[in-house]
Write a protein that binds this ligand. Sequence first.
Ligand SMILES: [Zn+2]
Length: 360
Amino acid sequence: MNFKSWPSEIKSKALTWALGLARALGLAEGLGLARAIGLSGALLLAGPAVSAKESLSQTPSALRALTTLPDLAEIIQTIGGDRVQVQSLLTGHEDPHYVDARPDFVAQASQADLLCSMGLDLEVGWLPRVLSRSGNRSIQRGGPGFCEAGRSVRALDVPSGPIDRSMGDLHPHGNPHFNLSPRSMAEASEEVLRVMVGLRPEWQAEFESRQKDFVQSMAKLEEAVREKLQVLKTSGAAPLVIEYHQEFTYFLRLYNIPSLGSIEEKPGVAPSAAHLAQVAKRARENSVRLALANPSSPRRTLRRFEQLSGVKVLRLPLSIKPSHPELATIARLQHHLADQLILALGTKDSEQGVQARRDH
Ligand SMILES: [Zn+2]
């Protein structure tokens, strides 16, 4: 029977099977993929083998996906499995509000089927320039490869009423830093799935199934981190922490860690000397125990805050960092944040917690 005369549906299924077999053979016998494909093609057809090139042209090509944050890349990789090749523009070391629209970002964007950002204006300072310079129609706003994960997230601190610049520069549509909440990342995966299925409807069932797994894994992660943070439970709702910029808010609210708010006057607006003195006084009066900042939050302002308030500043990562094994996944970052908070907020509580877990 001539393979070329097979109905295309069956051909595509057979080729998917052949590729799977090729991979298995390649793994088992240490063969190169091309040789393995040839071998499995021969097994499949028991006649003239289809060339590897011809086989590959029959199945939809893997999705080339780009993300702004590496945290989003984890969602896409989890949903897409080996159907995607995903890369993140940022490494996790940057403050995502303030990034340059670098030429290599533009070059990468020009090749992508899909570009996924956090949205809620987190990347508004640089991403629109990358998109417009890329000349890639698919990934422009409204295009099939345009994805803003924040669209399916219940955003915190959404301003009510008309938006104007007096509210600050950075969070006009609500707080965009949802990547530090596993629950919000599960919500975000809905929008990511929608865009991925739109681009590759052939793989809808497997994308949906893996997205469900992702949602479940985020729920389990939330549970584990909540359990870990039990040791922080102190009397009532007295604020334990204050943030420099409200970038840990999703984490803090998810796990019911009371916060006094932010040291910044408004999102993206550095505090004046008078405001800094006032907020330091409030922090001291409320016995706040820790101020949270990211690695690039302004040093001098935070040193001054420490002097005025007596509250120690703890700098924490804002995003997963694939180059740091201990911070390389959403789960590891969650545990890292929890561990750092427990460590900084006092050994007495932590020891009690460890003891309670031992007794359990
Ligand atoms: Zn922000």
